[in-house]
Write a protein of this length. Structure first.
Length: 1024
């Protein structure tokens, strides 16, 4: 029974594994990416942007489904019928921002759903069959313009609702947004509510007390009453920006409020004691009422940009009540048609001891004087000071010396001029700027959709990470004197991009900044004429000289890069977008440089076949690991150029050139090359053996080339290559030998989309490889498609019907015989395992029944008898050797040779083998029985083997000699006495009977046992 159970378990496991393989193969034909996390018990299905026109077949255990940005026009209940485990469903822009028809009961069975995203699908009402346990609902950019008390009655567990952009200038609804009082009152667990961009004219009534975030930005709310936020004691974030915008220069359809400014009741925020963020930007506020902030002692972020608060900056007493404020934005509060000499911050700024970020951009004034920023001198937590886009002409030289604690000083987009050697501004600075009519033209940089937020990163993250930052980009610093930065203190990153800097650095400009690590001089007109340029910057790590093509395009001008050898700490150099086609320096030299950005130049001209001038251009960059020479008009790289590239390169980018061939063999000289980008070239073929040419390669990008065939086994042995991109080439067919088997492949991702595959039987082997491989092929179903024949154009390669390439009759015969062989083999194996002894017994029984009695073949017997006895009993051994042996072999009428264990067995042989051979090669087996011997294992084994001859050969060879009265109650002995009594002998008690005993023993050995059977039973063992 246990054997059968084990067999059943093994077969079940095999069937399960087979089904798993089938399921894995079926996943290959899905148009979506499926990621399963067994530990977290999640199945993520990503169908975003696959141009799907209907919902694909989905796995029942899917937990996250993304169908956004497709072309699905309608959804029925059957599409999601089996998705009972779904927790997140994303249907955003399901039909390219067009209307989607949603059938009844689509969401009704999704009892586990927690997040539902329905943005941009043209809904006019909140769906009614949403699961009641839903936590997050997104309905952005729809046509919902009316809410009432029944809108959310069926989903009272919601905690987050996004209802923005249902009625605004880019999604017009030709009416006001109507929200009945109490529409949200049933949502007692609601924490986040977004109603921005909805043409709402008043704050909704009856908002739940559980609310923590409320966004009412860019609506038409012109008045905020005393009780509008009453009861919202848990509110921490309130955003009501953009309700009465400044329409001057607004880059969107702008409608000003009737009274220009938003009206806010003095006690409108009185009950919001837990408020941490208040956004009042873009409301044309002209005056701040200190009462607004009387109870907002926990406020941390306050946004007041894009108002009319220029005068309030100098008189803002409301700052006295905000001890925890960390971020304050007063940007773009400039007065119209006014260009004042300076602005003076209110002394109350000194009370903002927790302030970290202060944004004062767009106030528009001429000078930064002592009193301008004096209230900030004592704010030790201040780390970001943003005074950009103010058209500032000059600043008192020692003003920033008192702001050493500020990490980022942002002065971009102003009009700072160079400081002369004597510390004064140039005399021509400021001429004609005294009249207010000379106010600079102002364009308010509203972000997309008028969010009124400052940029996320004022400077590059790498610059900010270097240390203290000074940003003077987009000013008028066309020359730099050593006095320019003396008063700024220790600066680690300096941004001077876009200043029109046109002089030649001579090693003296930055002497006051010895700790500078990052220098950005992009978008200037720099003239590299001297060897000692930047030599004063011994700690410089990053130098950006991109977008300085002015002098590089002028013939005859010195283009000197020898300064690199004098910068011992330089790691990154950006020389991109300079149109370099000639250099005075023939070899760039640096022992520290690790990254060189050299794209958008003209190496194609510098590396001409017959021109060896710049062969060694990069040779002395001995520590270089990343080289980018994209967009350099390179048609061919001569072999000699490869030989002079640094051996240390790990990442090499040569994309967007005109390369037709790559010398793959020469790449062997780069033992550390991990990433090779050759996209957007004219490459015709790929290496035949990547493992030999570039064994260390991990990522190879060959997108947008002209590769039409792949060598067989070109990936064989490429153990490090994990990502290969062959998309948008001219591949028509791929052979099976092209990609190695699973055991020989280390590839993780293979991109093949955009190739004109010919879906014929020549592609059969490749399709079979796709279905069984573990390699990830992005967008296999939606982008790896057929180009030929015409009737299959646009269809997925993996959906090619392989039955078209198979002979049905031959396939059926092969299938039939395979099945028969499998069934027969399985049946025989199972039968042999379970019923071996039964079948063997039946076979020999039938054989004996039909063949009957047969004489022993003396030719096959070496001995007449094998004597088995207790060799450990010395008396028995002595009797056998000195009495029985003598009687049989030396006395009597006929010589009877016998086999004895102690005499004839080969020493060292296995007992079982010797015992088997002795019984097999003897006519009879004589058992000398004693009480001790019949209880031994040797006796039982010998009896078993003797019986085996009866079963296999139909020969009864057993003779029992009882030296002692044993087995008196044995059924076997009793049956044998009746069947063949003369084969059982007992040692006589009387010495006179011994002669008769020895003669009976000789007869029992010589005569076949079947001849000695009693007449009563013999008829059952003779042939009839």
């Amino acid at each position: 029974m246990m054997i059968k159970l084990d067999l059943w378990l093994i077969m079940t496991l095999q069937i399960t594994l087979t089904l798993c393989q089938m399921d894995k193969a079926s996943l290959k034909t899905q148009p979506c990416d499926i990621h399963e996390n067994v530990t977290a018990m999640t199945v993520v299905v990503n169908c975003r942007g696959r141009a799907l026109k209907k919902v694909p077949m989905l796995l029942p255990n899917t937990t996250y489904l993304d169908l956004s940005e497709n072309k699905i026009k309608n959804i029925t209940a059957g599409d999601f019928r089996d998705l009972a485990n779904l927790t997140n469903l994303n249907l955003n822009w399901l039909n390219n921002n067009q209307k989607v028809l949603i059938g009844a009961g689509v969401f009704s069975n999704m009892t586990m759903l927690r997040t539902l995203e329905l943005n941009g699908i043209g809904l006019k009402d909140v769906p009614k069959d949403i699961p009641k346990n839903l936590r997050e609902l997104k309905l952005v950019e729809n046509k919902i313009t009316r809410l009432n008390s029944t809108s959310f009655r069926h989903v009272q567990n919601l905690s987050l609702i996004y209802l923005s952009k249902n009625c605004y200038y880019w999604n017009p609804c030709s009416s006001f947004y109507h929200i009945e009082g109490g529409s949200f009152s049933v949502l007692t667990k609601l924490k986040h509510l977004t109603l921005s961009y909805n043409n709402i004219t008043q704050v909704p009534k009856g908002l739940p007390a559980s609310l923590r975030t409320l966004e009412l930005a860019s609506n038409r709310i012109s008045y905020v009453g005393e009780h509008d936020f009453q009861g919202l004691d848990n509110l921490t974030i309130l955003k009501i920006q953009g309700n009465c915008p400044r329409c001057h220069n607004a880059p969107y359809p702008c409608i000003p409020c009737k009274n220009v400014s938003i009206e806010i009741h003095p006690r409108a925020f009185a009950g919001l004691e837990k408020l941490r963020l208040l956004h009042l930007a873009g409301n044309s506020i002209e005056k701040i009422d200190p009462t607004w902030f009387a109870n907002l002692s926990k406020l941390e972020e306050l946004y007041l940009s894009f108002n009319f608060l220029f005068n309030a900056v100098a008189n803002n007493v409301f700052l006295n009540n905000l001890p925890l404020l960390t971020k304050l934005d007063l940007s773009f509060n400039y007065a119209l048609k006014c260009y004042p000499n300076t602005v003076t911050l209110s002394p109350s700024f000194a009370n903002l001891t927790s302030l970290r970020n202060l944004h004062l951009r767009g106030l528009v004034f001429r000078e930064i004087q002592e009193e301008t920023l004096s209230p900030l001198f004592g704010l030790r937590n201040l780390s970001v000071l943003d005074v950009g886009i103010n058209f500032i002409v000059r600043a008192k030289l020692d003003i920033f010396e008192k702001l050493q604690h500020v990490k980022l000083i942002y002065l971009s987009e102003n009009r700072f001029y160079p400081v002369t050697v004597n510390g004064e501004l140039r005399k021509d600075v400021g001429i004609g700027l005294k009249s207010s009519s000379m106010m600079p033209s102002m364009s308010e940089p509203y972000p997309k959709d008028n969010v009124f937020d400052i940029p996320k990163n004022l400077v590059k993250p790498e610059c900010y990470a270097a240390g203290r930052v000074l940003d003077l980009s987009r000013n008028n610093l066309f020359l730099i004197s050593p006095k320019q930065f003396e008063t700024y203190g220790k600066i680690s990153c300096l941004n001077l991009s876009g200043n029109g800097f046109a002089t030649a650095p001579n090693g003296s400009e930055f002497t006051s900044l010895p700790d500078l690590k990052y220098l950005d001089l992009s978008f200037n007109k720099i003239d590299l004429a001297y060897d000692y340029a930047f030599r004063e910057l011994q700690s410089l790590e990053v130098l950006d000289l991109s977008y300085n093509p002015h002098y590089f395009t002028v013939q005859g001008v010195t283009h000197n890069l020898n300064f690199l050898k004098y910068l011992p700490s330089l790691k990154v150099l950006n020389m991109s977008y300079n149109s370099i086609y000639t250099l005075t320096t023939k070899t760039m030299s640096s022992k520290s440089l690790q990254e060189l950005q050299f794209q958008h130049n003209s190496l194609g001209k510098m590396w001409r076949v017959k021109d060896r001038t710049y062969d060694r251009l990069f040779e002395d960059l001995t520590n270089l690991t990343y080289l980018d020479i994209s967009y350099n008009y390179i048609e061919k790289i001569p072999l000699r150029i490869y030989k002079h590239l640094p051996r240390s390169i790990q990442r090499l980018r040569i994309s967007h050139n005109h390369l037709a061939n790559v010398s793959w063999e020469i790449l062997r000289q780069f033992p550390h090359l991990r990433e090779l980008i050759l996209s957007n070239n004219n490459i015709l073929k790929i290496s035949g053996n990547l493992s030999s040419d570039v064994p260390s390669l991990e990522f190879l990008d060959l997108r947008h080339n002209l590769i039409s065939e792949l060598s067989g086994g070109f990936l064989l042995g490429a153990v490090n290559l994990k990502n290969l991109d062959l998309s948008h080439n001219h591949l028509i067919t791929i052979n099976q030998s092209t990609f190695p088997s699973e055991t020989e492949s280390y590839l993780k991702t293979l991109s093949l989309n955009g190739n004109p595959f010919h879906c014929t039987c020549n592609l059969l082997e490749f399709i079979l490889w796709i279905r069984k491989t573990n390699v990830k092929i992005p967008r296999l179903v939606t982008a790896v498609t057929c180009a030929m024949p015409e009737e299959r154009k646009g269809l997925a390669v993996v959906h090619f019907d392989i039955k078209e390439c198979i002979d049905d009759q031959l396939a059926f015969l092969a299938y039939f015989f395979s099945i028969v062989c499998i069934i027969c083999t399985t049946f025989v194996a199972v039968s042999m395992h379970l019923f071996y002894w039964d079948v063997s017994y039946l076979f020999y029984y039938l054989k004996a029944r039909f063949t009957g009695y047969q004489h022993l073949s003396s030719d096959s017997c070496i001995y007449d008898a094998f004597i088995t006895y207790d060799t450990k009993d010395t008396q028995v051994s002595d009797w056998v050797l000195n009495h029985l042996r003598v009687q049989l072999e030396e006395q009597g009428e006929r010589f009877l040779p016998i086999c004895l264990e102690e005499r004839d067995w080969i020493p060292g042989s296995a007992v079982l083998d010797s015992l088997t051979q002795s019984i097999q090669h003897s006519r009879k087996t004589v058992f000398v029985l004693t009480e001790r011997y019949v209880n031994s294992g040797s006796f039982k084994l010998a009896v078993f083997l003797a019986h085996q001859r009866l079963l296999e050969e139909n020969e009864d060879v057993i003779v029992l000699l009882l030296l002692e009265p044993v087995l008196q109650h044995s059924h076997f002995l009793r049956l044998r006495r009746r069947l063949c009594g003369r084969s059982i002998l007992e040692w006589p008690h009387s010495p006179s009977a011994e002669a008769w005993f020895w003669q009976s023993l000789r007869n029992a050995i010589r005569v076949d046992n079947q001849a000695m059977y009693s007449e009563l039973y013999s008829r059952y063992f003779t042939t009839k």
